[in-house]
Design a protein around this ligand. Sequence first.
Ligand SMILES: *[C@@H]1O[C@H](CO)[C@@H](O)[C@H](O)[C@H]1NC(C)=O
Ligand SMILES: *[C@@H]1O[C@H](CO)[C@@H](O)[C@H](O)[C@H]1NC(C)=O
Length: 670
Amino acid sequence: MRPLYLLTLLPLVLGGCPYLASNEASYARTSSSPAPGFHRALNQLSVDEVKEDLMELFASSDPKWPSDYGNYGPFFIRLAWHCSGSYRISDGRGGCDGGRQRFDPERSWDDNTNLDKARSLLTPIKEKYGLGLSWGDLFILAGTTAIESMGGPTLGVCLGRVDDVDGSKSIPLGPTAEQEILAPCPTNGECESPLGSTTVGLIYVNPEGPMGKPDPVVSSTQVRDTFARMAMNDTETVALIGGGHAFGKTHGACPDGPGLPPNEDEENPWAGNCGSGVGIDAVTSGFEGPWTSDPTKFDNYYFQNLLNYDWSVHKGPGGHFQWQVASDSNATSPSAPSADGEGEQDIMMLTSDISLINDKAYFKIVSEFANDLDSFSDQFAHAWYKLTTRDMGPVTRCHGPTTPEAQPFQYPLPATPSPHDLPEWGTVVKGIEEVIASNVGAGEAFVRAAWSCAKTFRNTDFLGGCNGGRIRFVDETFPESDEIASAISLLSTLEESAPSSLTFSDLLVLAGTVALSSSNPSLPPLRFCGGRTDAEANDGGWEYLFPRITGGVDDNADVLADVISMSGLTEPEYVALHTAANSLNLDELVNNDFELDADGGLYKAVDAEIFITKTDYILKTHAEFHSIVVDFASSPEVFQETLAVAWGKAMTNDMFAVDLGEASPFCFTN
Ligand SMILES: *[C@@H]1O[C@H](CO)[C@@H](O)[C@H](O)[C@H]1NC(C)=O
Ligand SMILES: *[C@@H]1O[C@H](CO)[C@@H](O)[C@H](O)[C@H]1NC(C)=O
């Protein structure tokens, strides 16, 4: 489809323009709102000073949880990794933004055993810097600084994670009743997408092997599957595993386990059931040993070790299958110092490590990295940044001096224009009004198209939305592609001589805004903010635009509620927008009984020729939505007010680079 340009018409006086701010709430973000003053405090944060404090912490050792090898660095890499590794592309949930590892359910996950100690060690630093240093940012800074401190490559750190006040956004990750409804995993260990891992409570796979069976071939299949659910390809997967396992060790001193998690023993979680419970007596994963002979230095020995030795499986001291250099091979196993520095310990591998030499594609990458430290370093630095940043969304959500240049996974857009370079909006509005006046159905098409792209925004990883104009790249597999195509073709009738500064995405939203206002004389004034820019080519970002609710027969009330919870809108707001965009008659919906039509898909009124979609039917029949619909039907004022606020929010939820404040030059203020 062609980009669109708009006819330049005579400049128009904007007096009486109806697109004004109705109130502050019409554009305030509800989702992931930072605490007041957070960004100001973050901009004043001295990241170098935080890093110095972290370096001092790495070199210390608290007898309550002594560091391994006199270095806490590896511990914080694990913390940052496990905070980030919960991210999944299915719905953008998980990740370290929000710092939810401090709360259940995540803090009690098996894979987060003993990370309460890592967070305690960081508490004095958090308290020292306060508001400007969020927990999420601190975790990622700690892990990334640890890599740097041990000679590893990094790209930098994107800061600006906004701490959640509780763990509720991780409830769908499980283990919870809500997860059982939305994403059941009948056999824990064989979970599938939308869950990120094979096992609820783990980040990826059971490292011992599928369902605890030390089968490296099947393990490689699972590793590939779960990393793909986190948007990682083979190279990134191998780089991350090898980079992570260049550092530190696993802990499984004896078979008696780590003790009870925080949700079962709040006072003294994971007390450790072996000996002193700490240091060389620690139990975390139940496996025991380091992967390389120098576990506090970044190198590619992990890959060399995988290739240079024969590995045989045995039960380690923690009672789980792990791998050691085969005793019948001629080589003697390399050893590392023991964690307390008083002896030595042989290196080991986990089944998931051995899987990397039991799969052709992985083996090739392992060989490359074993022979080429630079290539490994480059891939690891990029993969680590992606792992820890992917859930942050567009690069415009990153703050601070340490943000690297935009990466492909952030689907970067052209820079936001200066407000002086924006088109003369009055002219554009006039053009849109003329199209609406001279084309039957154009107004409805514009409202629908703007809502179609706006509702793809998800406030989990901040993908989707109208910004970027990627909706023009959708193909016929997209549920509303016909309607979108017709809106685009109507707008293209204005293409002759549009101001070059007008972006397709701004035009589409403005057309929807103008159309909604002119079709609803009693609607409170709508505010429009411009400054969206268009992705220049199909960068793959549109694949995240696919709506999860299609009005199809498989949709249900739980899925609808889940989609709404990620939309940045309240349920009434979402219902108002859905109603307006689909020209749904609320009285008809409330006053008729509907049944599934024989032709499938739609529902038909029992006594009238009225058809509604499955989503409409859910709104009518599901108690929680039904009361919203009834309220709206009985009070048109409430409906109109809710709709106006919702429209303003939905159209701007994905705009992070534009000042949306009351006096913003990007917005119509007349
Ligand atoms: C995986 O992605 C990285 C980063 O974009 C790229 O360098 C690498 O070639 C990709 N690997 C594969 C196997 O596609
Ligand atoms: C050990 O070395 C001998 C002599 O070099 C060789 O014949 C044998 O195959 C080696 N064994 C293993 C398991 O590598």
